[in-house]
Design a protein around this ligand. Structure first.
Ligand SMILES: [Zn+2]
Length: 302
């Protein structure tokens, strides 16, 4: 989309303004709300939005696990003037049209709206100012690689896996930005090796809770991390080492090349060196992961 960025100052971390032949598009993503809003104004809105949609489609194809939903705003008399109109799922409209249904009922006004007018209007006029809004829902899939010996099965009083998931809770539960998988979610009797490989093959992010226990577990280093780093090399995922305990990870080349969290060689177990409390150390981890997630979602935006 680069050729259409008219003014570089109008391009920022989570949004951009594009201009093509007098038609402008504003693309924004609000952190914490898993959707991308596209608004287009001008004469050739249909052409520009088609270009943008194609660009997004190719971007999402790379991250096959991103959940993408295309929503079409309602154009009934009530919704037309609302900032937050009723929306129809694009695929649902297509299905109804194929099934020879002419109209669909608006959830807000109960008015029957013509499906062709919704589909034809997708890329053109929605509001008086020729504004088009498209919402997409996204959630990143994350795999957590960790050693059981840093958790409840050990004499360790601390369960690092649970602490880590608690720290990420606002991203997981409240903003639905990340979905995590770790082997505690395996079901009894399940082919665990197969399931772990499948989860890794479809992960967007792999979090590695680094400790000596993790580094000496062969299954983790030879299988889990091998798959993760191979896929990262192919641009299919990113890996994020979280250094939970002091250990010699910086001397392991494939691990040391990554930017680890906490930053600057700090660890969670030795939180006293840098942080006022363990909670503050985890908050630091949370902030860094939030930044990484944001960066991941806005990557290739333009
Ligand atoms: Zn409506």
């Amino acid at each position: 989309m680069h050729p259409y960025i008219k003014d570089q100052t109008l391009s920022w971390r989570s949004g951009v303004v594009l201009e093509r032949q007098g038609t402008k598009a504003l693309i924004t993503e609000t952190y914490g709300i898993p959707e991308i809003v596209i608004k287009v104004k001008g004469v050739e809105t249909k052409e520009l939005i088609t270009l943008i949609a194609e660009s997004f489609d190719s971007m999402y194809k790379r991250f096959e696990n991103l959940k993408v939903k295309k929503l079409i705003p309602c154009n009934c008399k009530t919704c037309r003037n609302l900032d937050d109109p009723s929306y129809y799922e694009y695929m649902r409209l297509i299905k109804r049209k194929e099934d020879k249904k002419v109209t669909i009922e608006c959830d807000l006004s109960y008015e029957n709206v013509e499906i062709t007018s919704l589909l034809d209007g997708v890329f053109t006029i929605v509001k008086d100012e020729s504004e088009f809004v498209s919402h997409r829902k996204v959630a990143l899939k994350a795999f957590i690689s960790y050693s059981k010996f840093d958790g409840e099965e050990s004499k360790d009083a601390v369960n690092y896996l649970e602490d880590f998931k608690s720290a990420l809770n606002p991203l997981i539960e409240h903003n639905k930005l990340i979905e995590t998988f770790d082997d505690t979610l395996l079901i009894a009797g399940e082919d665990w090796d197969n399931r772990i490989r499948e989860e890794l093959q479809s992960a967007d992010i792999v979090f590695i809770l680094v400790s000596n226990n993790l580094l000496r577990t062969k299954y983790i280093t030879k299988t889990e991390l091998k798959i993760a780093f191979d896929r990262e090399a192919e641009g299919k995922c990113i890996t994020v080492p979280i250094i939970i305990k002091d250990c010699g990870w910086e001397d392991i080349s494939w691990l040391a090349k990554n930017n680890a969290v906490p930053r600057k060689g700090n660890t969670i177990s030795s939180w006293q060196v840098k942080f006022k409390s363990k909670d503050q150390a985890w908050k630091h981890v949370y902030d860094e992961i939030k930044k990484i997630t944001e960066g991941f979602l806005s990557k290739e935006f333009v």
